[in-house]
Design a protein around this ligand. Structure first.
Ligand SMILES: *[C@@H]1O[C@H](CO)[C@@H](O)[C@H](O)[C@H]1NC(C)=O
Ligand SMILES: *[C@@H]1O[C@H](CO)[C@@H](O)[C@H](O)[C@H]1NC(C)=O
Length: 494
């Protein structure tokens, strides 16, 4: 990608013209002083000659310069210039990373320990005294998302936890891929509809009537698990569990449960005298059903912003391959040098996305963030991890790798395609043993449904971000003083 640099060609041409101009003026002055004491018949003729000679001189100078000098200069100077620019950018980016992006492992460690203790207690209480007639807690939980994959940015205060749920034993979950048209919103592509099957159809009326009322919607006489109803139940259940454990943690922290944009969030505010790093934390609890082999479906928080016309989002569930993603990242970490910059690149890309979003109109901010959502950026990393030799991920190649991210995205946006790395990919590395249903699924384009205009604009903004990067970094907020005051987590799949 090109950066603005002084155009040497134009520069030297200007210098030549300037000097010949001065010389010409000098000659003309001398001549006119001669003329004052002499005749003037041949004056206009010799002036014309002079002009012609001058023109010739300029032309020759320029051609000579262009033919022999310029290429050498170009190689030396431009290269140096380029390197100089790169070094400048690298220094800026490195210091920005240290000051704004990198998290303190100490604080992150404390926060994680605190979160897992509280969530562990919650799930334990939830699992006690359950009846097999409704949806129940399985009793385990999964730590997913950036805080657990070491690419969290800004502040160690948001955590994602999958809470696996169980159906009554006699009922069976029958997942199928949802058929959605091109025009639908991007999040729906690759989503799942969870059919629920009873041993006998007649039993729905007798045995499972209550289950059906509480958790299902009926579409064409078939029962589908409703994401909305499950979320509602889940909220109620977690609230009850929280009431049980709250007094136990009373001395250490203040815990509340809130719903934000359809997401259930546990807010933990440690009392100041209890832990050394008392930052407030939000833990998003995500109800999930296990489909087998570490694949989960999660109730998607469609939120008010996503309700499109009269489209019923109720039956749509999202697939979550977090376990596979973690496995892949762990494998990749083993292949690369110990100071590999792959996670750093991901963090920097997320941070640059956020910084540049601040300079946009509110209307385009939303789309920019959706196109460059963390999952899409992570997908980029999966692809680049296989395109670039492992040893080239050494930290000394940081700028080259960041440039790769930009180039990769430019091409994706121009092609309007970024394919899901796991879903429908039949050539996955063989240690990723994805169930057949997902391996053989229809490939999913993560950029489907945005429309060309949005992607074109994102492309323009991306190129602009690359060019303006030094300025954007310099303009960004002063160093954070206090972790407590930093960036409030909004839990927007960051
Ligand atoms: C799984 O859930 C986490 C947390 O919400 C999210 O970051 C990730 O993108 C999800 N994965 C998929 C494949 O949707
Ligand atoms: C599938 O995964 C392989 C990695 O094994 C990757 O090279 C390829 O680009 C992926 N293909 C698609 C269509 O996603």
């Amino acid at each position: 990608m090109t950066v603005y640099s002084l155009n040497l060609k134009v520069f030297w041409l200007l210098v030549i013209i300037l000097f010949t101009g001065i010389w010409c003026m000098f000659l003309a002055l001398r001549r006119s002083s001669h003329e004052e004491d002499g005749g003037c018949q041949e004056n206009s003729l010799s002036n014309l000659q002079l002009l012609f000679k001058l023109g010739l001189v300029i032309l020759v100078c320029y051609v000579v310069f262009k033919c022999c000098n310029y290429p050498r200069h170009k190689d030396q100077n431009l290269n140096f210039h380029h390197q100089h620019q790169q070094l400048l950018r690298k220094n800026l980016l490195e210091s920005f990373y240290e000051q704004h992006i990198k998290l303190s492992p100490h604080v992150l460690g404390h926060s994680k320990a605190h979160v897992s203790q509280i969530v562990g207690e919650l799930i334990k209480v939830g699992k006690a005294k359950q009846h097999d007639t409704g949806v129940t807690f399985r009793g385990d939980y999964l730590q997913i998302g950036s805080a657990y994959e070491q690419h969290k940015i800004n502040s160690p205060d948001c955590f994602d936890i999958l809470v696996p749920l169980k159906m009554p034993q006699s009922l069976k979950l029958e997942p199928v891929f949802a058929e959605v048209g091109k025009e639908f919103m991007p999040m729906l592509h690759g989503s799942i509809i969870c059919g629920v099957a009873a041993p006998k159809k007649s039993e729905w009326v007798k045995t499972y009537k209550q289950f059906s009322n509480c958790f299902c919607i009926e579409v064409d006489l078939r029962h589908h698990l409703s994401a909305t109803l499950i979320l509602k139940w889940f909220h109620w259940k977690i609230q009850r569990c929280l009431n049980v454990i709250r007094y136990h943690f009373e001395e250490r922290c203040h815990i509340t449960l809130t719903v934000w944009d359809d997401k259930l969030i546990l807010k933990i505010l440690p009392r100041s005298d209890y832990v050394c790093c008392h930052i407030s934390m939000s833990v998003r609890l995500i109800p999930a059903f296990h489909l087998g082999d570490s694949v989960y479906v999660t109730a998607q928080p469609w939120g008010s912003t996503f309700h499109q016309g009269n489209l019923h989002l109720d039956p749509y569930w999202g697939i979550n391959f977090s376990k596979y993603e973690q496995k892949y990242l762990a494998w990749f970490k083993d292949q690369t040098p110990s100071n590999s910059c792959h996670l750093k690149c991901l963090q920097i890309m997320k941070s640059l996305r956020d910084l540049s979003a601040k300079t946009f109109q509110p209307s385009s901010t939303c789309q920019w963030r959706a196109v460059f959502c963390s999952y899409n950026l992570k997908t980029t990393l999966f692809y680049l991890s296989l395109q670039i030799p492992f040893e080239k991920w050494d930290d000394s190649f940081l700028m080259e790798r960041i440039a790769d991210f930009f180039t990769f995205w430019k091409e994706c946006l121009q092609k309007e395609a970024l394919m899901h790395f796991f879903l429908g990919n039949s050539t996955l590395p063989n240690f990723i043993t994805l169930p057949k249903m997902f391996k053989e699924a229809k490939p999913v384009n993560l950029l489907e449904g945005y429309g060309q205009e949005v992607l074109d604009q994102a492309c323009f903004q991306l190129l602009n971000l690359w060019v303006q990067m030094p300025r954007i970094l310099r303009m960004s907020s002063p160093p954070r003083n206090f972790i407590r005051e930093s960036f409030r987590c909004k839990h927007t799949t960051l």
